[in-house]
Design a protein around this ligand. Structure first.
Ligand code: NAD
Length: 294
């Protein structure tokens, strides 16, 4: 069993750290929010006074923070943890962040002689709780093999996408495709309904035809078609519109930097931004149907 420092106990990090405890690992945790720390302490974690205190004895340092600026500050800021991490520890940043920050932190960690992975996840809070996340890693193959000691207790799939930042690239490509697919699925279903079709029947037809896709298969955006989908539960998330806007923003930033043509991604970002600005940011991302309906 490993000694793990876990920093960032929010919606995702909290249940991920809880699964590490359940698997028998020792977890020393830190978050800026005392309530989050208290909850994990009740499940057996040791509470660190500071982020630096959390990492000093750890074999694995896992971080799950909101955005690139938080990750840069935590590792490289004035009170940054990088100089204090145990020699030989493996750093695994599971946050979804921009590739420029990943490369900056990875370069600094490598210079200090530390192995580091970007390992953003697919699967939301439900998968974090169930321990069924997918990890998309960027870094060296031997580091991914070492990481599996702990990742296997939080998820069911671990992929090596390539060198540093490749995990983030894989995640942004996947979520851009997911957004485009969801909008297209909602648009097709609404067109059918506007022509008098039953969305359930239309879904069954498209599922057996060439329009078949993940959104249609397991996450139907039309209310009443799929009992367990957020659409049938007042669009309660699930995966929030605000998080999709964030991920599409990262994809567009990268698309500009790499001179890539991503017209569908750009349109998807724009539609989700309008939808979010109309007060729907906390709803599930399949609620984009309502934008097309109105
Ligand atoms: P969250 O806002 O619920 O949690 C982030 C936590 O980090 C908070 O508890 C905050 O207090 C803590 N934090 C911030 N700065 C800190 C610092 N310097 N030191 C210690 N703690 C600090 O966010 P979340 O939903 O858990 O998401 C985390 C990451 O996972 C994000 O990058 C998000 O894009 C990604 N993600 C989220 C989901 C999801 O469904 N929520 C799914 C996949 C990926």
């Amino acid at each position: 069993m490993a000694n793990i420092a876990f920093i960032g106990l929010g919606n995702m990090g909290g249940p991920m750290a809880a699964n590490l405890l359940k698997a028998g690992h020792s977890v020393k945790a830190f978050d800026l929010v005392p309530e989050a720390l208290k909850q994990l302490a009740e499940q057996g974690a040791e509470v660190a006074e500071t982020a630096i205190d959390a990492v000093q004895q750890a074999e694995f340092v896992i971080t799950m923070l909101p955005a690139g600026k938080h990750v840069a500050e935590l590792f490289l800021g004035e009170q940054g943890i990088l100089p204090h991490i145990n020699d030989g520890a493996l750093v695994i940043d599971c946050s979804t962040i921009d590739t420029a920050t990943v490369l900056r932190v990875a370069a600094a960690a490598t210079e200090r002689g530390l192995a580091i992975l970007d390992a953003p996840v697919s699967g939301g809070v439900a998968a974090a709780t169930a321990g069924t996340l997918t990890f998309m890693c960027g870094g060296k193959a031997d580091a991914v093999e070492r990481a599996k000691t702990v990742l296997q207790d939080m998820g069911k799939n671990t992929f090596l996408a390539g060198d540093h930042s490749a995990g983030q690239v894989a995640k942004m490509c996947n979520n851009m495709l997911l957004a485009v697919q969801m909008i297209g699925t909602a648009e097709a279903l609404q067109l059918g309904v506007n022509n008098g079709l039953d969305p359930k029947v239309l879904s069954e037809i498209m599922l057996q035809s060439s329009g078949r896709n993940w959104s249609l298969e397991v996450y139907n955006p039309y209310p009443g078609v799929m009992e367990n989908a957020p659409a049938s539960n007042d669009f309660k998330p699930g995966f929030m519109v605000n998080l999709m806007i964030k991920d599409l923003g990262l994809a567009m930033e990268n698309s500009v930097a790499t001179h890539s043509a991503t017209p569908m991604g750009a349109l998807a970002r724009s539609l989700y931004a309008s939808h979010g600005a109309q007060g729907n940011g906390q709803l599930d991302f399949s609620s984009i149907l309502n934008l097309l309906r109105s």
